[in-house]
Design a protein around this ligand. Structure first.
Ligand code: SF4
Length: 731
């Protein structure tokens, strides 16, 4: 059979790179970057190039599985599995009410546009609002800060046009998110530097991105609020802010000016462990520029005061006037999303908390970031009315990813019904009652929708231009397989339960539900195709889907240009840089003094990191990606290794006040001393702890979900965790 070469979209991660796939007998055999793609220009990463290995993985489930009474798994036809799951869910709803059914959506479903709308649509139709997503354990501060600060309806400056850019704890060259557009970020950074853009990076690790920084600050983990307050201090003190913009569109300026007054460069420098002169250089590089934005990554959101970090970044962007004005061309007016209607006007803050479902633990509730995933295990374990008894997990592996692994395990064991949609028997799926075997990415149609949606959700995220690509399914599942698309599972459940499904074409990954008027009703009598679903989801897109389909290699749909309209001169809405709650948190930092509290006996701070060849818990079992190191090393500065009497490869015990894990020591001279850097979502259930050199270690186990948590989102301290490290003597 001859090989054919087909353009497609990589969906190993959310970046949606344009690829060329060589297909033989319906199987993908080779992936390369697509040089004809106008946004990605041939870029791929190692993960994308290993899509054929992922599709042909020996552990891949080709049939759904049902766990037997003695704990074994046996294949079950997917239709039969849906019958049985629907019956069990109906029984639980009849006995305990719809709130007993919950959904958890992880990051691996993001690249499949139909999955999340169908999953949430089914749950809502069943009468439950217990939708949990990765948004509240990843970067929840973004949603909270957006709500407290308000939105600028003209949009933000974007990377490709800026002359200064500030990155706080993110490494877009590897993570493919966080400020530099994911379409070939290295090339975009190179181009930006060539045209003179100043890059400021704040990160305890001199990352791949930080190596290109003009000003680099290497602080103690967890000190981003102090540093950002100091940047604001300098910008205001030196008059580097945009007076006209502040006068016309901002409230709370006097309050924030007073709040950052104590954050002199010297105060913040001592607190963060950096040079005061570097703080001033960073403030001048950013504040003295004409265009640019500040963007934070996952680590600062997982650290204490993540909302405050994100809020101060918005305040910095706002006082520097980094928003589009009337008459400016919109960089990305949308392609698959509805046409942007930008206007040079503020939208006042909205509620960040106090609406939607309430949880029964720790006083937590729904917020602008969704329901607190960090409390989902408690909601399963807490006895009484409203207990969650059934959980459907999509694109996720909670045992490896949620905070407080021991509690997560107890919760999973306590469920009456756990269903996962998973390509293999992951740590979580091995505990499931049913595992639904899905089709994989190249076997299903795709749309570059998830990355575009980010652009409308967060400041300076997603694409810089109106790019879109569609791909049909270009490969076949292996012969004899009984695999289905994820959306088909939820459609099947709805059919069997007699439910009418409505889809919310929304940034559902944030857990924020749209209005009913956005909903698309699904034909429950005649099962739609994936293409028909896509057409419904983007029915109001700026560029018709039919036109997007004409461009097999993707296209940038720049014309006609869309300009920002003038704001209403009578508009009284303002962006708020003086939120009382946030400034109270900032005052706490002042009260703590120039030296943050140390935790006795825990001299290191554990921070998270991305590994280039692994996407959370995906890819770490593909030999060609891990190249003989399938675990997540415990990276330390070489001087810290020496001080601890450790050598690379030694086994170490890493202990927080909550739990301990084993790890494998490795040297990383790019780290600040006192920092331990490890990737999250590795490892497996606790009974496999001894295999840390084969499967890695679960850092989530070190997190105490109930002790130190954010009152808005429930996210506990998941980064900057105080830990001790010692050699572990292994038998
Ligand atoms: S960055 Fe993500 S989408 Fe792009 S090739 Fe790598 S895994 Fe695929």
């Amino acid at each position: 059979m001859p090989r054919t070469v087909l353009p497609s979209i990589c969906r190993f991660c959310h970046a949606n790179c344009g690829i060329r796939v060589e297909v033989e007998d319906g199987r993908p055999v080779r992936v390369t970057g697509d040089r004809a793609n106008p946004a990605y220009h041939g870029f791929t990463c190692a993960k994308g190039r290993q899509l054929p290995a992922l599709h042909a993985h020996p552990d891949r489930l080709l049939h759904s599985q049902k766990r037997t009474a003695d704990g074994r798994f046996e294949p079950i036809a997917s239709a039969r599995a849906i019958d049985e799951v629907a019956a069990r869910i109906q029984d639980l709803i009849a006995r305990y009410g719809p709130r007993s059914i919950a959904l958890y959506v992880g990051t691996y479903s993001g690249p499949h546009p139909a999955t999340i709308p169908f999953a949430i649509g089914w749950l809502l139709a069943a009468g439950s609002r217990m939708v949990f997503t990765a948004a509240t354990i990843d970067q929840p501060g973004k949603n909270i800060a957006n709500a407290l600060h308000g939105r600028w309806l003209g949009g933000s400056h974007v990377f490709d046009e800026s002359d200064a850019w500030l990155l706080v704890g993110n490494n877009p060259l590897i993570s493919m998110s966080g400020g530099i557009p994911p379409a070939n970020p290295a090339r975009r950074l190179r181009d930006a530097k060539a045209r003179g853009m100043k890059l400021v990076v704040i990160d305890p690790r001199r990352t791949e991105t930080a190596r290109s920084a003009d000003v680099y600050l290497q602080p103690r983990p967890g000190e981003d609020p102090a540093l950002l307050a100091a940047l604001l201090h300098v910008v205001i003190r030196e008059g580097l802010f945009d007076r006209d913009f502040v006068r016309d569109h901002v409230s709370g300026f006097a309050e924030i000016e007073a709040a950052v007054a104590p954050f002199t460069p010297r105060f913040a420098a001592e607190r963060a462990g950096v040079a005061a002169e570097d703080i001033e250089r960073a403030a001048r590089a950013f504040g003295g520029a004409r265009r640019g934005c500040g963007v934070a990554g996952t680590g600062p959101n997982m650290a204490p005061r993540g909302n405050l970090t994100e809020y101060l970044l918005l305040c910095l962007n706002t006082v520097c006037g980094r928003w589009r004005r009337a008459g400016e061309r919109v960089a990305n007016p949308g392609a698959l999303l509805p046409k942007a209607v930008p206007v040079a006007q503020a939208q006042a803050p909205r509620r960040a908390l106090g609406f939607g479902e309430k949880l029964r633990v720790r006083g937590l509730a729904n917020s602008a970031a969704g329901l607190p995933t960090a409390a989902l295990a408690d909601e399963i374990l807490e006895p009484g009315d409203g207990r969650i008894r059934a959980l459907i997990c999509v694109g996720s592996n909670p045992i490896a990813a949620w905070p407080d692994q021991h509690k997560t395990r107890r919760a999973i064991d306590a469920l009456d019904l756990l269903v996962t949609l998973d390509m293999k028997l992951s740590a979580t799926s091995r505990l499931a009652h049913y595992v639904i075997a899905p089709k994989l990415s190249l076997e299903v149609p795709g749309l570059s929708l998830s990355m575009e949606a980010l652009e409308q959700t967060y400041v300076a995220m997603g694409y810089s231009e109106p790019y879109a690509q569609y791909t049909p399914a270009i490969a076949q599942p292996p012969p004899g397989a009984d695999v289905i698309e994820e959306w088909e599972f939820f459609y099947g459940l709805a059919q069997r339960m007699g439910l009418a499904l409505s889809l919310y074409p929304t940034r559902a990954e944030t857990g924020v539900l749209r209005e009913r008027s956005d909903a698309v009703d699904v034909d429950m009598a005649h099962k739609p195709t994936t293409d028909e679903i896509f057409a419904d989801l983007v029915a109001r897109s700026r560029v018709p889907l039919a036109e997007v389909k004409q461009h097999a290699h993707g296209a940038i749909f720049a014309d006609p240009p869309i300009l920002v309209a003038p704001g209403d001169p009578d508009c009284a809405e303002r962006l708020d840089v003086g939120n009382a709650d946030m400034l109270r948190e900032l005052a706490e930092v002042v009260r703590e003094g120039a030296r943050a509290a140390e935790v006795r006996g825990r001299p290191f701070r554990l921070v998270s990191r991305r590994m280039p060849n692994v996407y959370n818990s995906s890819g770490r079992d593909i030999d060609s990606l891990t190249r003989g190191r399938p675990y997540n090393p415990a990276y330390l500065h070489p001087d810290d290794l020496a001080a601890l009497g450790l050598a690379e490869g030694d086994t170490v015990r890493i202990a927080s006040d909550h739990a301990s894990i084993l790890g494998v020591a490795a040297a990383a001279p790019e780290l600040r001393r006192g920092v331990l850097s490890m990737s999250h979502a590795f490892g497996d259930a606790p009974e496999r702890d001894g295999e840390y050199r084969e499967i890695g270690s679960t850092t989530g186990r070190l997190v105490d979900g109930a002790r130190e948590y954010d009152r808005y989102t429930g996210i506990p301290r998941m980064s900057a965790i105080p830990v001790s490290i010692e050699r572990a003597e292994m038998a």
